[in-house]
Design a protein around this ligand. Structure first.
Ligand code: MN
Length: 137
């Protein structure tokens, strides 16, 4: 057993489901710089599959996705016993009234508006996940 490994705190694994490469790159950069392990997906079906297979600690989910939108993905995840308690944080550029409630009604834990603010994103995201999963505690 490697002594270094014992001293290092375990990184929380965050799955990002996002079809826009620029947003995916930025979210990944912010999370990795803050000591999170990042898993990536760029569509809803694949995101659900990865959530099942890789059991991330939390999911950051875009709403506008091809074929299956973020609301549908959230509902599908919540219908599964193993995934129903996984924190889901929705990100969306829809500036529509009621969008936030729609996300929370579908079962999301949190809602962050795009454009993402790099200075506040981590704090926003961490306000929606249990303390034990936060890299900044
Ligand atoms: Mn999108």
């Amino acid at each position: 057993m490697n002594a270094n490994k014992l001293l290092k705190p375990m990184k929380s694994k965050i799955l990002i489901v996002e079809d826009d490469n620029q947003s995916l790159y930025m979210l990944t950069f912010l999370l990795e710089s803050n000591n999170y392990e990042v898993l990536q997906s760029n569509n809803g079906f694949d995101g659900i599959q990865k959530a099942h297979e890789l059991k991330p600690d939390a999911i950051i989910l875009d709403i506008q996705l091809p074929e299956m939108n973020g609301y549908e993905v959230t509902k599908a995840l919540r219908e599964n016993d193993e995934l129903k308690n996984m924190p889901i944080i929705v990100v969306t550029s829809f500036a529509m009234i009621g969008d936030k409630n729609k996300a929370l009604d579908a079962g999301a834990d949190g809602y962050i508006e795009k454009p993402i603010d790099p200075d506040t994103f981590i704090a926003q995201m961490e306000s929606f996940i249990p303390k034990k999963l936060r890299s900044t505690k």
